[in-house]
Design a protein around this ligand. Structure first.
Ligand SMILES: [Zn+2]
Length: 52
């Protein structure tokens, strides 16, 4: 997942392993701005596999 810093436009790559919650707080590596990312809720339609 790639997001762009709203302050400086820096491209920030988020590894799937880091996406554990619906909201991710990142710090831009270029300008140190705090970026809040809302991940679309994929519950029920994602690749998540659960044993019945
Ligand atoms: Zn930035």
């Amino acid at each position: 997942m790639i997001v762009f810093c709203e302050e400086c436009g820096e491209r920030i790559i988020i590894e799937p392993e880091e996406i554990k919650e619906s909201v991710i707080i990142m710090v831009c590596t270029a300008c140190s701005d705090v970026i809040r990312i809302t991940v679309p809720d994929t519950a029920g339609q994602g690749p998540r596999v659960q044993k019945a």
